[in-house]
Design a protein around this ligand. Structure first.
Ligand SMILES: [Zn+2]
Length: 510
């Protein structure tokens, strides 16, 4: 329904021939005009820093309005988020069009077999900070005016999933806790490399993600094939060339750390998919490829409903990979690159391309290693529980934001626990997102201790057990210690304030 005769109502992108993107008020007005359609429930996931409600829409036949309704239907719940980086506008526009096109007619479609939760304008404050694309999105081919990447606090929401400092992040964690979606899809635009794909994608990349391999090896190859055959879009693993000059060096994905939303969602045990439209495609084509990709995801999830639901609820590993490093699983795969040449002067040939450079429209396939996955370099076996002092209120509050159950040791308890002694504590030389990230080294050793009644305990047998371990382990590459929650004791010789236990105390209360 993109590009042709759109139905009413029309999005701002559609009305302007893809020259403009929706303001927050346009999003709200568009959704208001869908009210009354029998498949839809409307709500707000929470408020931004500047007080805007972040709208969500639940689409399903029959209609569901609560998580209990959704669970009773026994179908996959798919959460799709647009505009986390405002400026990367295609997710927002595609989701609005898709909500319209899937509803208001009696024809059977995916809403008969999945529950769709759509959050089209997640970074609603960033969306309103309009400036020229050249300023806000230097390597993007229009539209002329777009919002900014960060939220109103200046935080990159796609680096905030662990530390959860933004109200937007806390609102989305609350949605995850309430609805427990089987699949999370985060919609973006690439940042510049010249390749031959309308859209690139990634599964949860952290090797601790129970559904990571299933997403990578069973879902994404099918989506790639369907995007080519049914939608005429070439797609590939998200990444960038190691060297634009020597393409054959390889193609690398981004990062495995769960500060990124799709990696975070993998640690929660769910399936997640990162979608990145190609920033050098014109806006109309970027919206169309994103629309097609989300449509194909919904259709594949509905076909494989039983498998998707069992994979995303399943299997916890007993050993948690804490520090992964990137590896190439495929040697010598053809990757399509566009040849970009020098103009010999300083003219700007098109928006999103640096001065003095010109796209040629000529593509070459170069064989190179594809670095699309991570392999653990440091593992930690999962304990029965972590013990944390009641006085660590910030950390405990953070655990609760993530939906992790924190219980209380009801009676004083003497047991052999594991204590982590810090050998080295190194803060990053530069500040990132307002933090100097902390990296701890050290060792766990057994020791007999008495835990006072009232000490807090986090059991790993809960549904979010892997995530709890990743947050609480001192050597995790993206845990609470990384984000300075435990800086007070971060020095050589000190004891890390979280203990591990392989047995559970006899008396635990909520
Ligand atoms: Zn992005």
């Amino acid at each position: 329904m993109i590009g042709g005769a759109e139905q009413a109502p029309r999005t701002r992108a559609e009305r302007t021939g893809y020259l403009e993107t929706s303001r927050h008020a346009d999003v709200v007005a568009f959704l208001d005009s869908l009210r009354g359609r029998p498949e839809l429930t409307f709500g707000s996931i929470g408020r931004t820093n500047e007080g805007r409600d972040i709208p969500y829409v639940i689409a399903s036949r029959p209609r569901v309005s609560t998580p209990e309704d959704a669970r009773r239907l026994g179908r996959p719940i798919v959460y799709v988020q647009g505009n986390i980086h405002a400026g990367e506008i295609e997710g927002k526009e595609a989701l609005l069009s898709l909500l319209r096109d899937l509803t208001g007619s009696r024809r059977p479609n995916v809403l008969d077999s999945v529950v769709l939760i759509a959050v089209p304008n997640y970074n609603a404050d960033g969306n309103e900070k309009f400036a020229s694309q050249e300023v806000n999105r230097g390597s993007q081919n229009g539209p002329e005016m777009v919002g900014v990447r960060a939220n109103a606090q200046g935080l990159d929401l796609n680096r905030d999933y662990i530390k959860a400092e933004a109200p937007e992040t806390r609102a989305s964690l609350a949605m995850f806790n309430a609805w427990d979606p089987h699949v999370f899809v985060d919609l973006h635009t690439t940042n510049g490399s010249y390749h031959g794909y309308a859209l690139t994608y990634a599964p949860p990349l952290n090797p601790a993600s129970p559904a990571g391999a299933f997403t990578r090896d069973s879902l994404l190859p099918v989506l790639r094939q369907r995007m080519r055959e049914r939608r005429r879009f070439e797609t590939f693993d998200y990444g960038d060339f190691i060297s634009a000059d020597t393409l054959s060096k390889g193609w690398v994905t981004f990062d495995s750390r769960p500060r990124f939303g799709t990696n975070y969602y993998g640690l929660r045990g769910g399936i997640s998919i990162l979608s990145e439209a190609y920033s050098h495609d014109p806006m109309r084509r970027r919206v169309a490829s994103t629309y097609a990709f989300v449509s194909e995801i919904l259709s594949l999830v509905s076909e494989r409903a039983a498998q998707v639901m069992s994979v995303s609820q399943s299997s916890r590993q007993r050993a948690i990979p804490l520090r992964p490093s990137m590896v190439a699983a495929r040697d010598s795969t053809p990757v399509v690159a566009e040849i970009v040449e020098s103009t010999g002067d300083s003219t700007r040939t098109e928006p999103g391309v640096p001065r003095g450079r010109r796209r040629t429209g000529r593509f070459i396939a170069v064989r190179m290693p594809v670095f699309d996955r991570f392999s653990p370099t440091l593992w930690q076996t999962e304990p029965a529980a972590y013990i944390i002092a009641r006085s660590d209120t910030q950390a405990v509050r953070a655990l609760r934001h993530h939906g992790i159950t924190v219980d209380t040791i009801a009676r004083s308890w003497r047991a052999t626990v594991e204590v982590f002694t810090i050998d080295s504590a190194v803060a990053a030389p530069r500040s990132f997102q307002g933090h100097r990230e902390m990296r701890l080294e050290g060792r766990w050793a057994p020791e007999e201790r008495t835990m006072q009644a009232g000490s807090l305990i986090v059991r790993t047998s809960q549904p979010l057990g892997i995530l709890a371990a990743y947050l609480l382990e001192p050597q995790s590459d993206d845990g609470l210690a990384t984000w300075n929650y435990f800086d007070a004791t971060a020095r050589p010789g000190a004891e890390f304030p979280v203990l591990r236990t392989l047995t559970l105390p006899p008396a635990i209360s909520r």
